[in-house]
Design a protein. Structure first.
Length: 202
């Protein structure tokens, strides 16, 4: 489905470092946290996580390389609860509707604490441009639809655009409203931790 040319348009830049640095600090992830990036493509976010002292590995069905193993969101090749954090960045909108429940089940299966999903939302005007840029996009739904699908009404939180201070420098992060953070298991303590962190930046 995806030829090598599809991945050629994705090149390393500071966004991948900043994106992972912000999420690491936002969730207060400790040194050496074990993280899996599902559908990671060339592993650019994996590289960003490693630069931020996170023990990260990626899987992708169509790309293999340094830090990236072959695997699919529909059959993640790792045992249950193997990773502290699982990320799935700009992937779920590429999945067929019929396969989405299986994909979410697999993401939750290998995740011990935080599941981070980034996608496009139909009810955000600037997301349409992002969605339309890629003809491999399939699922096009609202924020509430995604929260309902993820069954995270209580423990799922949408981050919103904000400015973030990191090492004395202020970064503007306008598209963080694509990110849904949820706990892998609906435990009150974990959910409240996430909720408190989000309140700190809104």
């Amino acid at each position: 489905m995806y030829e090598s040319e599809y991945f050629d348009k994705f090149q390393w830049n500071d966004y991948y470092f900043l994106n992972t640095a912000i999420l690491k600090n936002f969730l207060k992830l400790p040194y050496g946290t074990h993280l899996l990036d599902v559908g990671c493509g060339k592993g650019l976010h994996v590289k960003g996580w490693k630069m931020n002292d996170i023990s990260a590995i990626g899987i992708d069905l169509y790309y293999k390389g340094e830090g990236v193993k072959e695997g699919t969101v529909l059959n993640i090749p790792f045992p249950d609860k193997c990773f502290d954090v699982v990320t799935c960045m700009d992937v779920v909108e590429h999945i067929n509707y019929a396969d989405l429940d299986k994909a979410i089940s697999e993401l939750r299966r290998v995740c011990k604490k935080f599941l981070i999903i980034q996608t496009c939302f139909k009810d955000e005007e600037h997301h349409k441009e992002l969605f339309d840029k890629d003809n491999t996009h399939i699922i096009w739904e609202t924020k509430q639809w995604w929260l309902d699908k993820l069954n995270t009404v209580e423990y799922g939180y949408l981050m919103k655009p904000f400015e973030y201070r990191l090492g004395g420098v202020i970064f503007k992060f306008p598209h963080v409203d694509q990110v849904i953070i949820t706990t892998a298991i609906k435990q009150k303590e974990g959910g409240q931790d996430v909720k408190q962190n989000i309140r700190e930046v809104l």
